[in-house]
Design a protein around this ligand. Structure first.
Ligand code: SAM
Length: 243
């Protein structure tokens, strides 16, 4: 494992989790690898927000998505006093539900109605509640600095929309807040994440992205390995930044 700093390096993913972007097919469908392609505006599959057939709706309706939270989030946020969090691109809410179960008030933002409905249903079954907001991340904005934690897990947008989203996420944080980001490392290209290598993360790229933001005054970035298929580990980039 290659990592610097505390936290995620000591917290490998649960054995057998493997690739989060290769969810298990259900309803008799074939296997699937990687994430859908994003267009230049950061819309996976090129379907337009507001239009029919958001690719992630179809994906969540036909595949089981992991339910365990990211171990690096557990390691980094586990000791924080619960407050208000936003999970940007929450999907079926594995990280949001973990936070809510620890007392956080969590807002899930996603373009996928199916993902948000699955998140709400699973949260209800576990006795916690989530706020949900169906919105496009490429123009989502918080009207105030209202969150203590912003989560961006596996949101692989092209460079410009990703930079814009991270900037808006940082601007949504209260003083003393944290931004958590995790995504597939470019070293995992072809085995995890979107097929376009330009959408995958490197430590340098993510560090530059976060260090350029005036709201963030402490930025830590790690390369974290986790079990992959057939013994070949997969790599993620994990970042933790604080206002
Ligand atoms: C790879 S999934 C990650 C889900 C969740 N964060 C996790 O780690 O399990 C990407 C999610 O981002 C959402 N997403 C991607 N681009 C988006 C956009 N432009 N606007 C809103 N949601 C978007 C998708 O709908 C999907 O739920």
């Amino acid at each position: 494992m290659t990592a610097t700093g505390p936290g995620p390096a000591e917290s490998p993913r649960p054995a057998g989790e493997g690739d989060r972007s290769a969810p298990r097919p259900s309803r008799g469908q074939g296997s699937s690898t990687g994430s859908p392609r994003a267009d230049r505006e950061g819309r996976p599959g090129g379907t337009s927000p507001g239009g029919p057939g958001w690719v992630w709706d179809e994906r969540y309706a036909s595949h089981e998505w992991p339910t365990d939270p990211d171990p690096s989030l557990v390691a980094l946020a586990g000791d924080l006093t619960p407050g208000s969090a936003v999970d940007l691109g929450a999907g079926p809410g594995r990280n949001a539900i973990w936070l809510a179960s620890r007392g956080w008030r969590v807002r899930c933002v996603d373009r996928s109605r199916v993902g948000l409905e699955q998140a709400s249903a699973r949260a209800a079954a576990l006795g916690v509640t989530l706020e949900t907001e169906e919105a496009d991340l490429t123009d989502w904005e918080s009207p105030t600095r209202r969150f203590d934690l912003a989560v961006l897990a596996n949101i692989h947008l092209p460079a410009a929309p990703l930079a814009s989203l991270v900037q808006r996420a940082a601007a949504a944080l209260r003083s003393g807040g944290h931004l958590y980001l995790v995504g597939h490392h470019r070293d995992s290209h072809g085995r995890a994440g979107p097929p376009d290598p330009d959408l995958l993360f490197t430590e340098t790229g993510i560090r530059q992205l976060l260090e350029g933001l005036p709201e963030l005054d402490r930025v830590e970035v790690w390369r974290v390995e986790r079990p992959g298929h057939e013994g070949s580990p997969l790599a993620d980039v994990v970042a933790w930044a604080s206002t």
